[in-house]
Design a protein around this ligand. Structure first.
Ligand code: DX5
Ligand code: ZN
Length: 219
């Protein structure tokens, strides 16, 4: 079985010491940088935008996983490719023509991800599962870090894993929101491949060790 990945969410980093926190992730057992882009419309919060992503990309030496919580993401696909995104994830709820959006992301050389809000059933992705590189199951309502994990997520992971196997797809399952050492193992047992962790990592006294322990716990 392939290695389970840890993706620290930079939303929880110290923006006044961004380079320090990026180097920390570079030197850690983490696999991906998870970057949350919020527009204040799709979600009730604004995070940061292109200049910050550009600065992150200058220093980051691991996969850059960009989670777009924005309306009409098609407008920015090319820009995010130019800014160095490796995985570009759009929200199911923000895309009327999701299949077309995924093709456009791949045409720019990126992996295509689809995030779903807690109320969105995973079954809605069945017909396009072979076109999706990463499904990001939101285990909190998107918009803020530091929220509590929604327990119903386990059921969704199990069902999505079934859909992936039934369709011989190679889609990765990513979990985003409230991930800690309390739920990581159970998520991976249910079928998760990538665990995003923001406040659990950066809010800890020793983020390097927190990442190392989380990675070891699920592998
Ligand atoms: C929430 C974001 C998450 C967030 C996770 O809208 O998509 O990536 O940063 O943060 P924690 O791990 O603190 O829940
Ligand atoms: Zn996210």
């Amino acid at each position: 079985m392939s290695q389970k990945r840890i993706a620290p969410s930079i939303l929880a980093a110290d923006f006044a010491n961004l380079q320090r926190d990026i180097e920390l992730v570079n030197n850690s057992d983490a696999d991906w940088f998870h970057i949350d882009i919020m527009d204040g419309v799709f979600v009730p919060n604004i995070s940061f935008g292109m200049p910050v992503l550009k600065a992150i990309n200058k220093h980051a030496n691991k996969t850059i996983d960009v989670h777009l919580m924005i309306v009409d993401p098609d407008r920015y696909i090319k820009t995010f490719a130019e800014l160095g995104s490796n995985v570009l994830t759009v929200h199911y709820e923000a895309c009327t023509h999701l299949h077309r959006t995924l093709q456009a992301i791949k045409a720019e050389g990126m992996k295509a991800g689809v995030a779903i809000n807690p109320h969105t059933p995973v079954d809605l992705l069945e017909d396009i599962i072979n076109d999706i590189d990463v499904v990001c199951i939101m285990s909190v309502n998107p918009g803020f870090g530091g929220q509590s994990f929604i327990e119903n997520t386990y059921k969704k992971v199990t069902r999505l894993k079934e859909i992936i196997l039934n369709n011989n797809a190679e889609t990765l399952i990513e979990i985003d929101g409230g991930v800690t050492n309390k739920n990581a193992k159970e998520l991976v047992n249910a079928g998760a491949d990538v665990l995003v962790a923001g406040s659990y990592v950066f809010g800890s006294s020793d983020p390097l060790k927190t990442i190392k322990d989380l990675k070891a716990q699920v592998n």
